[in-house]
Design a protein around this ligand. Structure first.
Ligand SMILES: [Zn+2]
Ligand SMILES: [Zn+2]
Length: 385
């Protein structure tokens, strides 16, 4: 979620893309101390902003007013129009990973329109359709940053639940351009869910047309993995514990087949049939049944983040020369490539638009996987009524 706008006062949502400022998280004693110091130095150059924050592990979101510094020479300010609701937001709100700093204003599938650009910014103009994903800063000098892998930078600054340690770097690097035909609402979830499945498919070589991809878990990530897999020309099978999803997986999302993961007979019949599997399941689950589905040399990439370790079955790995890998979103260059790819193939998320006021109910539903397949907050319309 991301509601960086002024709800009552007549100011649009202001989002300054610069690490010289704190983003969605104004928390931790250290951060708050730094922020107070920064405030006294530049209080007159602040832009008012509004979000919704959780203050404890109940995860309940409430209105939250704060401020951001004025747009700098290297910054882009955007009016946020839409923001997708990712399961990571829920994990963070409830401190399920154990490293949440409160108060926290979540949201990292952000789309909108640029309203201000600094004088050094040549890549974007006012009025451009832009997006912000999972990260808003990195060191720009390490091996990862030099290889366009900012998402693995040891000094990464996440869009929320993170803070800026110094504040001297240019940030236009972390703004993404929305292709003309990519809608800002259904396109917003691509900024996390899309790149999370696209990047491992590219890196691990899981894009060879005609090969067989299994998509484990049919949620926010999984349903986009199906669409991207089909765009690469793969045969796609959804592996899910919810048999009621079979019809929509095949008829609506375009999967070729559906495998009920808790049906032993069907799982047995599919042993050794898949070249690749993307495992999007974020709950603790056994890997052995999935590994069994792979052919020799098969690859399983896990992108869900269970809060406890999974058991690693070594025998099938060794005996079948199989590979298990992981992957976390993608770098800025690859994220732009993914947006362009999705625009070219008309890939968007299946979304349910909600108003900001509905967010706590949406979170309850998300916790029960009761969403097809991504909530997206209609920020502008929420605030104008
Ligand atoms: Zn996410
Ligand atoms: Zn770096």
């Amino acid at each position: 979620m991301q509601w960086q706008t002024c709800l009552v006062v007549p100011i649009f949502l202001l989002y300054i893309l610069s690490p010289t400022h704190w983003f969605y998280l104004y928390s931790s004693t250290k951060t708050q101390q730094k922020r107070k110091m920064a405030k006294s130095a530049g209080e007159e150059n602040q832009q008012k902003a509004f979000g919704c924050a959780a203050t404890d592990n109940s995860g309940i979101l409430s209105p939250f007013n704060f401020s951001r510094r004025e747009n700098g020479d290297d910054d882009v300010t955007l009016k946020i129009l839409y923001c997708g609701v990712c399961h990571s937001d829920l994990h963070t709100l409830r401190n399920e990973w154990g490293f949440t700093f409160y108060p926290v204003v979540p949201g990292h599938e952000i789309s909108g329109v640029a309203t201000k650009v600094g004088k050094n910014v040549t890549k974007f103009n006012i009025g451009d359709r832009v997006g912000v994903g999972v990260l808003v800063g990195s060191c720009k000098t390490c091996e990862c940053c030099e290889q366009d892998l900012e998402n693995y930078c040891p000094r990464i600054i996440f869009t929320y639940n993170s803070y800026n340690p110094d504040g001297t770097k240019i940030m236009v690097r972390y703004v993404l351009r929305f292709p003309d035909n990519l809608p800002l609402d259904a396109g917003a979830p691509l900024l996390c869910a899309g790149i999370t499945v696209y990047s491992p498919m590219k890196y691990y070589g899981m894009t060879e047309a005609g090969k067989h991809l299994g998509v484990a878990g049919l949620g926010g990530l999984g349903h986009i993995a199906v669409k991207i897999g089909k765009a690469f020309g793969l045969k796609v099978t959804v592996i899910s514990s919810s048999p009621q999803k079979e019809s929509e997986a095949i008829n609506r999302l375009g999967a070729d087949s559906f495998l009920v993961s808790n049906d032993p007979a069907k799982m047995k019949s599919a042993i050794g049939t898949m070249d690749y599997i993307i495992d999007t399941v974020s709950a603790v689950h056994p890997l052995l049944p999935l590994l069994s589905l792979l052919k020799v040399n098969g690859k399983l990439v896990t992108v869900g983040l269970p809060n406890k370790p999974l058991e690693l079955p070594v025998f099938p790995l060794v005996m079948g020369r199989k590979l298990i890998g992981g992957s976390d979103v993608g770098g800025m260059k690859e994220t732009q490539e993914m947006l362009d790819f999705c625009a070219k193939h008309n890939i968007t998320a299946d979304i349910e638009l909600i108003r900001i006021e509905e967010i706590n109910t949406a979170m309850e539903r998300l916790a029960k996987s009761d969403v097809r397949y991504r909530f997206v907050i209609d920020v502008a319309n929420s605030l104008s009524q």
